[in-house]
Design a protein around this ligand. Structure first.
Ligand code: ADP
Ligand code: MG
Length: 319
């Protein structure tokens, strides 16, 4: 769907992006992860021609974007800017209507679609006539997302979409974002410097440093198969929390004891360790009933969960 082939960009003496190549498959979320200044924003902006590369090629749907008119391109590619980037002197409704107006939609169509998005993104109805500064950071973020989604583009580019939010708001918006039907259909390239966020939202992560790609892979691959010291160290600080999120009950299934047969509603084995622990902690249950392959069922308590996880970790370390 999106393909970059050996793309480079220099600003004066700064090599912002250096021979970057990757693909984002249809309906996939690829997260560009790296510290500030490593070239994430520049890479993203080249995909919708806000910045032109010095070298290399970018294709969307197999066609070079240089053959596509920049304005047409931008209406087919939704863009959520870093620091939200709403027009301060436009109302919320006007902010959302920017692309539809470019596309010459009639008033009624703009209104219907805007109202639909306001509902889906849980913005108050009366916010449409407000100005961005009258909204909370989280609400502004939702307007930014509505603006990017309004013309239902197949491709969505998001630059630190939750970067301007406090931690609590950020975590809850991330969860909501993951559940949005409208986003599940889209091919998404997203930028963040936040490791947790990347792990939460990515199908695959593209780890960058000083304009170059260090490693591309699933969160699990980055954790358990880091390609070099840089990749290992990048995740080191939050390693345990990340492991709890990427390892699921399926991974530790063989280390769990055979359970006694029980009736009742069972959980799926794609539940991750973190969520399983949360469930055990927040409910009065001392064990969870889980369904694995071939409808095999096991009951898991906290101790078995921890033990299974440790055994899984050991096998990973020895490979
Ligand atoms: N318009 C510009 N003019 C000069 N230097 C720039 C410009 N945009 C970005 N840079 C430089 O290019 C590098 C990468 O920037 P950027 O892509 O914004 O990084 P990131 O989004 O990962 O923080 C940085 O060193 C930055 O200072
Ligand atoms: Mg940036």
């Amino acid at each position: 769907m999106i393909e970059l082939k050996e793309v480079s960009k220099k600003f004066g003496d700064t090599q912002a992006v250096n021979l970057v190549s990757f693909k984002v498959d249809e309906k996939e979320t690829l997260v560009l992860l790296g510290t500030s200044g490593c070239g994430k924003t520049t890479t993203l902006k080249m995909i919708n021609r806000l910045i032109e590369p010095d070298e290399g090629q970018i294709l969307i749907n197999g066609e070079a974007i240089t053959n596509q008119d920049p304005d047409t391109l931008r209406t087919g590619v939704g863009y959520v800017m870093q620091n939200i980037g709403l027009f301060p002197h436009y109302t919320v409704a006007e902010n959302i209507a920017v692309v539809p107006k470019l596309l010459k939609w009639d008033k009624e169509k703009i209104k219907t679609r805007t109202q639909e998005l306001i509902k889906k993104l849980h913005l108050p109805e009366n916010s449409l006539s407000m100005f961005p500064h009258e909204l909370s950071g989280g609400q502004q973020q939702r307007v930014g997302l509505a603006r990017a989604l309004v013309a239902d583009p197949a491709v969505l580019l998001m630059d630190e979409p939750f970067g301007a939010l406090d931690n609590v708001t950020r975590t809850s918006i991330q969860k909501e974002f993951k559940g949005l039907e409208e986003l599940k259909r889209k091919t998404i390239a997203m930028v963040t410097h936040d490791v947790q966020e990347a792990f939460e939202l990515a199908d695959r992560i593209c780890l960058m440093d000083r304009g170059k790609i260090i490693q591309i892979g699933t969160p699990k691959e980055l954790l358990y198969r880091p390609i070099n010291d840089f990749a290992r160290k990048f995740l080191a600080g939050q390693r345990l929390a990340l492991e709890f999120k990427v390892v699921n009950l399926q991974d530790i299934w063989s280390y769990l004891p055979k359970g006694t047969l029980q009736d009742g509603k069972s959980l799926s084995d794609d539940l991750n360790i973190w969520d399983a622990m949360e469930l055990l902690r927040s409910s009065d249950r001392s064990q969870l009933l889980v369904s694995g392959a071939n409808n095999e069922r096991k009951s898991v308590n906290f101790e078995q969960l921890t033990k299974g996880f440790n055994e899984f970790q050991n096998t990973q370390a020895h490979e």
